[in-house]
Ligand binder design. Structure first.
Ligand SMILES: [Zn+2]
Length: 223
């Protein structure tokens, strides 16, 4: 992947920031892409994505406004949707946080930019991991395989999807990020959208547990 253009969906959370560190370690030319859409924590995510991109002295963060695409859809993660659930990172409560069509739309936009970029082979990168599979159908291996094929066909073989964490647990992703010294102190994940983690929403719980499994403490807990 050395010297190749990669368009990375950077949400400002732990998973996409780890993937950013991973791609830079591979000497890829990473353009981080932040998607603006009407999620309840989008402003917090954007600030985090800007901090991470600035830390990595990236090509400037590309911000793509998808407000119109996702407005009016029913999801606990979106403004106007039901309240966010508290609890474990699986099960029926988390199902309410599915955003219809999200990764399909994100991948289409990333792939379009990758297809438009210079080079014979370019990439669209997503930090999805195995812990997402149970609830989010657009994070599962069969979905990614089909999307990979679709994007190869639509780009005449130019664009590949990179999702190296798809078979890893979140704890394994965090272990890799700790090794790569990913700037987790700059990231934010909480669905509630506050600057400090609420520690009760599913993503806060999953994140805290992933650090604990590695014998580490999330730097956000200490600040
Ligand atoms: Zn939270």
């Amino acid at each position: 992947m050395e010297g190749r253009s990669v368009f990375l969906s950077l949400s400002g959370g732990a998973d996409s920031t780890t993937l950013y560190a991973f791609l830079l370690a591979k000497k890829a030319l990473v353009t981080p892409v932040f998607f603006r859409y009407p999620s309840k924590h989008n402003d917090m995510e954007r600030a985090a994505a800007e901090r991470v991109a600035a830390r990595y002295s990236a090509r400037s963060l590309l911000q793509v406004d998808l407000s119109g695409v996702f407005s009016g859809l029913r999801s606990g993660l979106l403004h106007g949707g039901p309240p966010l659930p508290d609890g474990e990172y699986n099960g029926e409560n988390l199902r309410q946080t599915v955003v219809p069509g999200r990764n399909t739309v994100f991948l289409a936009v990333l792939a379009a930019h990758a297809e438009s970029a210079e080079g014979e082979r370019t990439y669209a990168a997503l930090g999805v991991h195995g812990g997402d599979h149970a609830v989010y159908p657009d994070c599962r291996p069969e979905y990614l395989e089909a999307a990979r094929r679709t994007i190869r066909l639509s780009s005449l073989g130019k664009v590949e999807i990179v999702a190296p964490f798809a078979a890893m647990s979140k704890a394994e992703v965090v272990r890799l990020g700790l090794e790569l010294e990913a700037p987790y102190e700059l990231t934010r994940s909480c669905y509630a959208g506050g600057d400090a983690p609420c520690r009760v929403c599913p993503t806060c719980r999953a994140r805290e547990e992933a650090f604990a499994t590695n014998g580490a403490v999330d730097p956000l807990i200490r600040v």
